[in-house]
Design a protein. Structure first.
Ligand SMILES: [Zn+2]
Length: 714
């Protein structure tokens, strides 16, 4: 076959899926190589078979046990031990390995105190109560850090309390509608629905002096099922630690947005006040609570009866406040610039060494982190070992593969963000970033991706066996599950066989996709998981609830390894820009229908829709290329890769220039969940007609840029 027909053949299903969405089933019946970017998939299939035989459940279990033997908060000596361990495993697999340090601002708690008195001066609570259950001694280890919020301010406040449900914008609006003023008050709200930093951001904007964020048993406790150690759900004293950084402004070291915090970075290059108006840090204090400690505070609260949707599972009627009690909070946070350690292991590509395929997982944990993140780390180590086995047999990937073990993700995606900022334009050639964080909490496979890689993930899932029999794809299709964190405001896309989520934030794909424009995916295997960010997310919990025989660690190692291999060896990069442009058109249509409801009926969406149509046409023609001498494969691949970069805007999003992607961002008011067309949709929400019109122009320009890059392929 000559290259001309080969290229047309390679990508035919992508074209079919654009022109004839109903033909997707027919496309699936085609030979697998057709949609994978390989002219001859046979050799790759044999290689993959060898790889799939390597990841081992028993070894993965041992690796997980070693990683979680001690609490390993970022920048502690125990964290350094895990960095050395991962580096030794990377070296054993034959990777060129280095430990890359950064010096970043992190807070550790010195004093955290919560006290409450009722109107008659009776003490209601003096806490926090230590995390403890009978039957899980790991939680009693003195090296378990006391529950606190990363990025909390320091302070000592005494005030009345107001209950704000999930701390969403609509919850605060409800309080305002009832004339419940938050100035000088302490807000108590429950975890769930949005990123915790958003709760603190909104409370701070409305004049609150402190925030208590607690885990309601309705959301991840006894209301869901048996609490640990009887079952997987959150026990009475379990606390969700977590960062309240304003991640939706920028992630990473709060003092160095856009700049890498290398050890030699002078202090003068750091911003003076990261809790100022442009910074990512709150200035008020925020403390996480168990429901054991939240209960007496909520029980004593007076004021109007809470709306029914605000009622949680504690056994009394919730009230909105204020009144009935006074609460005293103390938070003394020790802010220091501390050293963190990323571990980077590389395999140099034989033909396109500058084209990097990057696999990443964070290693630091709030406490033991058996599920979050070290189930992902064990999977990554077994994937690296599998690829190392192929290296020893003489294989070299066409492109460079880079394995990354990030530090200080929990405090705000810090290790990955600093590394991305340090690489700069080198990432223009990175062809993909494959993330895994919460790798395994149960048997249900789920994934999120940029639209161009959704079919790629489905294809990988078709090639990996499921512990339940059949393939991962088959079990995924029977029980579709999307992590609630990865919901988005995207309208439904019809004609998909298995749905993938969109990338918002809350893990290390954010700097790659949303700052550097690297196409990204995120995979996990989920189940009932009520011990998130508590001392109980440990090896005992994991083996009892998530994956007793480590078969899902093996599954995730196989999926992650195949992602890397298949992307590293493809002749033609397997991006599906047909699907991408289709999704974008659907997003624009949805925004167009929303605008009149916000009173912005006269906005002109025609240029953006025309640009999306041009992008779509260019995608079809790029793949049906008429003549491409073989030397042009590299040029074709470069254009395919640069199409994603073309979707970045130099100016970035309004009020948050670090975020440059015009199609996906974490929502300013949701934090984890993706907002699609963020510039346009958030201007409609505001509502701000001029900004919406200007952002439509920015979007139109980005789509026209992407189309012209693809048009150069002809
Ligand atoms: Zn994590």
């Amino acid at each position: 076959m000559n290259l001309r027909t080969r290229l047309a053949f390679l990508v035919l299903p992508a074209v079919l899926s654009i022109v004839l969405p109903s033909s997707r089933l027919a496309a699936q019946a085609m030979p697998p190589q057709a949609s994978l970017g390989y002219s001859d998939f046979g050799a790759e299939a044999r290689l993959e078979e060898k790889f799939l035989a390597v990841p081992d459940p028993k070894l993965a279990g041992e690796e997980l046990k070693t990683l979680t033997i001690e609490p390993h908060l970022a920048a502690t000596p125990e964290d350094r031990k895990t960095a050395d361990y991962v580096a030794s495993k990377f070296r054993a697999a034959g990777l060129q390995t280095e430990i890359v340090p950064y010096r970043v601002l992190l807070n550790w708690p010195k004093v955290v105190r919560v006290e409450a008195w009722d109107d008659r001066g009776h003490l209601l609570i003096s806490g926090p109560t230590p995390e403890h259950v009978e039957g899980d001694p790991a939680a009693d280890n003195p090296r378990v850090v006391m529950p606190f919020n990363g990025s909390s301010g320091s302070g000592d406040v005494t005030a009345e309390v107001v209950y704000a449900n999930y701390g969403r914008a609509e919850d605060f609006n409800e309080l305002a509608a009832r004339n419940i003023d938050l100035h000088g008050k302490i807000v108590i709200c429950r975890y769930g629905s949005n990123f915790r930093g958003v709760k603190v951001y909104l409370a701070q904007q409305r004049g609150a002096v402190g925030v208590l964020i607690y885990s309601d048993p309705q959301d991840d406790g006894y209301s869901k099922g048996d609490p640990w150690p009887m079952g997987p759900w959150r026990p009475e004293t379990g606390v969700q630690r977590g960062s309240v950084q304003f991640l939706f402004k920028y992630p990473g070291d709060p003092e160095t947005p856009g700049v890498a915090s290398t050890l030699d970075l002078p202090d003068s290059a750091r911003i003076p006040n990261p809790s100022g108006s442009d910074g990512s840090q709150p200035y008020i204090i925020s403390i996480p609570l168990s429901y054991h400690d939240a209960e007496p505070i909520l029980r004593a609260l007076k004021g109007p009866s809470a709306p029914q949707s605000w009622q949680g599972a504690l056994p009394f009627r919730y009230h909105m406040g204020p009144g009935g009690e006074r609460v005293h909070l103390v938070s003394q946070q020790d802010y220091q610039r501390r050293i963190i350690w990323d571990v980077i292991g590389k395999i140099e590509g034989s033909q396109e060494p500058d084209a990097w395929v990057i696999v990443g997982n964070h290693r630091d944990a709030w406490v033991y982190g058996a599920v979050d993140p070290n189930s992902g780390t064990a999977a990554m180590l077994e994937a690296a070992r599998g690829i190392g086995t192929l290296l020893r047999q003489g294989w070299r990937p066409r492109r460079t593969i880079v394995f990354c073990s990030w530090d200080a993700e929990e405090e705000g995606l810090i290790g990955s963000t600093e590394w991305v900022e340090q690489q700069g334009r080198a990432l223009d050639h990175a062809v993909a970033y494959f993330n895994v964080d919460v790798g395994v909490s149960g048997p249900d496979f789920t994934a999120s991706a940029v639209p161009s890689l959704k079919e790629f993930i489905r294809n990988i899932a078709r090639s990996v066996p499921s512990p339940l029999g059949g393939t991962v794809y088959q079990t995924w299709r029977l029980k579709p599950s999307v992590d609630s964190e990865h919901q988005s405001n995207a309208p439904p896309i019809t004609g998909e066989d298995v749905h993938l989520g969109d990338l918002g934030s809350g893990s290390d794909f954010t700097p790659f996709l949303q700052h550097a424009g690297v196409p990204a995916t995120d995979i996990e295997s989920t189940g009932p998981y009520g011990v998130y960010h508590s001392a109980f997310d440990d090896f005992a919990w994991f083996t009892k609830n998530a994956d007793p025989h480590f078969l899902y660690l093996q599954q995730m190692a196989r999926v992650l390894g195949l992602e890397a291999m298949r992307m590293a060896d493809a002749d033609l990069l397997p991006y599906d820009y047909g699907a991408y442009s289709h999704e974008i058109s659907v997003y624009i249509e949805a925004a167009k229908h929303r605008a009149p409801e916000a009173g912005l009926g006269s906005l002109d969406f025609a240029p953006a829709l025309a640009a999306a149509a041009r992008f779509s046409a260019a995608a079809q023609r790029a793949y049906a290329v008429e003549s491409a001498p073989s030397g042009d494969l590299a040029r074709l691949n470069l254009a395919l890769r640069q199409t994603e970069t073309a979707l970045l805007s130099d100016a970035g999003l309004p009020h948050r220039p670090w975020y440059r992607h015009t199609i996906f961002a974490p929502g300013e008011l949701t934090g984890y969940a993706a907002v699609v067309l963020p510039g346009v949709n958030e201007a409609i929400d505001a509502p701000d007609r001029n900004l919406a019109a200007q952002q439509l122009q920015v979007l139109t320009q980005a789509l026209n840029r992407a189309a012209s890059v693809l048009e150069t392929v002809h």
